[in-house]
Design a protein around this ligand. Structure first.
Ligand code: HEC
Length: 350
C-alpha cells in the first residue's frame, strides 16, 4: 500500500496540473478552434473582445467557473445578443470551449479600440458627361460687375443683429461675404463646369479642367479646419467664359421684372433650370458644346407671343452665336415661333 501512496499522490498532482493547462496548451486546441469558428466574430480572434466582451480578463458577469461558462455558452444571454449554442454545438464541444476560455482567464489581452468614426469627405466632387453633378453652393463672385449681380444687393452691408433682443443696430455694419449664396454649380467632368445663379437666373461663368475644391467650405476630414469667413469653394481649372453687363434677355411686351427662380428638372442627367420673367416661363438647359471650351444654352420659352431679344454686353457678344433669329450689332431678335426653342452657343471670351 505504502508503495502505492507516492505514485498516487504524484498522479493526483499531475491530474491537478492537467486540469489547469496553460492557455496555449495543446489539449485546448479543439476549444481554440471552435472559438475561432463560432465566437471570434464577436469576441475577437483570441477572446480579446469586440462587440462581445473581453473573455481574457477576470470580469465574468455570469460567473467564471467552467460550469458557469458552459451554461452561458449553451443558454446564451439573448437579451444582450449573446447567442445560445446548445442547438448548434454538442455538449462536448461546449465543454471544450469552456475549458479553453477558463484557461484564458487572467491573460488580460488588450481589447482593440473601436475604430474611430472618421468623416470621409471627398473635397473634389466630380460629375461626368453622362452624369453631371449639381452642387448648390456658395460660389466666387470674381470680378462680376454690379449690373450682373443687380438683384443680390451686394452694395448693401448687413447690420449687427442681436438674437436676444431681436434688434438690429444699423450703425454697426458688417461687410458682406465675398461669395454668392445662390450658385448652382454644375460639372460635366473636366470638359465643362458652370455656375448658374439662382438669384439672377443667369449663367455667370464657365470653366474647364476641374470643378470645385470644397475643402474650405465643407471642412477637413475630421470635421474641422473650416476657414473662418473665407470658406468659399476654390475653383479648379481655368475660367473660359465670364458674363458681363445687364440681363440680356427681354421678352417683347413684358416689362423688365426681377427674375424668379422656380427650380430645375433633370434632362438626360443634366439640370434644366426654369424661372419666370414676368408672365413667361423660361427653361434653360446648359450642356458642353461640340468644341472644347464651349457650351450650349438650350432655351425653351413658354409665352413670348411677340418674340424676344437678347442685348449682349460688348465683352460677351463676340463669344455668342445662335441657331435662330437675326442679329443687329449686339442685339439678337427672335420671333414668337423661334422663341419656343433655340440654342445659344458660347465660346471663350477670356
Ligand atoms: C453575436 C455575437 C456573439 C457571438 C457570436 C458570441 N458571443 Fe458570447 N457574448 C456576446 C455578448 C454581447 C456578450 C455579453 C452579454 C452580457 O453583457 O451579458 C457575450 C457574453 C459571453 C460570455 C459571458 C461573459 C461574462 O462576462 O460572463 C461568454 C462566456 C461568452 N459570451 C462566450 C461565447 C462563446 C464561447 C461563443 C462562441 C461559441 C460566443 N460567446 C459567441 C456576443 C457574442
Amino acid at each position: 500500500m505504502k508503495t502505492l501512496a507516492f505514485p498516487l499522490s504524484l498522479m493526483l498532482a499531475l491530474s491537478a496540473a492537467a486540469a489547469e493547462p496553460k492557455a496555449d496548451a495543446p489539449e485546448l486546441a479543439p476549444g481554440r478552434a471552435l472559438f475561432g469558428q463560432f465566437c471570434a466574430n464577436c469576441h475577437g480572434p483570441r477572446g480579446e473582445g469586440g462587440t462581445g466582451p473581453n473573455l481574457t480578463d477576470k470580469i465574468f458577469l455570469h460567473g467564471g467557473s467552467k460550469e458557469d461558462i458552459a451554461k452561458v455558452i449553451s443558454q446564451g444571454i439573448p437579451a444582450k445578443n449573446m447567442p445560445a449554442w446548445s442547438a448548434i454545438l454538442k455538449p462536448e464541444q461546449i465543454a471544450q470551449l469552456s475549458d479553453f476560455l477558463h484557461a484564458q482567464i487572467g491573460l488580460n489581452l488588450k481589447t482593440p479600440e473601436a475604430p474611430k468614426l472618421v468623416l470621409s469627405v471627398n473635397h473634389l466632387p466630380k460629375g461626368t458627361l453622362e452624369k453631371p453633378l449639381l452642387l448648390r453652393s456658395f460660389v466666387e463672385a470674381y470680378d462680376l460687375d454690379a449690373t450682373v449681380l443687380a438683384h443680390h444687393g451686394l452694395a448693401e452691408r448687413s447690420p449687427d443683429y442681436n438674437p436676444a433682443t431681436g434688434k438690429e443696430t444699423p450703425s454697426k455694419l458688417y461687410p458682406l461675404l465675398k461669395g454668392l449664396p445662390t450658385g448652382n454649380a454644375v460639372n460635366f467632368g473636366d470638359r465643362l463646369s458652370y455656375v448658374f445663379d439662382g438669384t439672377e437666373c443667369r449663367l455667370l461663368y464657365a470653366w474647364s479642367g476641374g470643378f470645385l475644391n470644397m475643402k474650405d467650405y465643407w471642412g477637413a476630414d475630421a470635421g474641422g479646419e473650416r476657414k473662418g469667413f473665407n470658406y468659399l469653394p476654390r475653383m479648379e481649372g481655368k475660367l473660359f467664359f465670364m458674363t458681363s453687363g445687364k440681363e440680356p434677355l427681354a421678352i417683347k411686351g413684358e416689362e423688365a421684372a426681377a427674375p424668379k427662380f422656380r427650380g430645375y428638372r433633370k434632362v438626360a442627367g443634366a439640370p434644366e433650370f426654369f424661372y419666370d420673367l414676368g408672365k413667361s416661363r423660361v427653361h434653360l438647359l446648359i450642356r458642353p458644346g461640340k468644341d472644347e471650351g464651349s457650351l450650349v444654352c438650350a432655351y425653351r420659352i413658354d409665352a413670348a407671343p411677340q418674340g424676344l431679344s437678347f442685348t449682349f454686353d460688348d465683352k460677351v457678344r463676340p463669344a455668342i452665336s445662335c441657331d435662330k433669329g437675326s442679329w443687329q450689332g449686339n442685339v439678337l431678335s427672335l420671333s414668337a415661333a423661334e422663341a419656343t426653342a433655340f440654342s445659344l452657343t458660347f465660346k471663350a471670351n477670356r
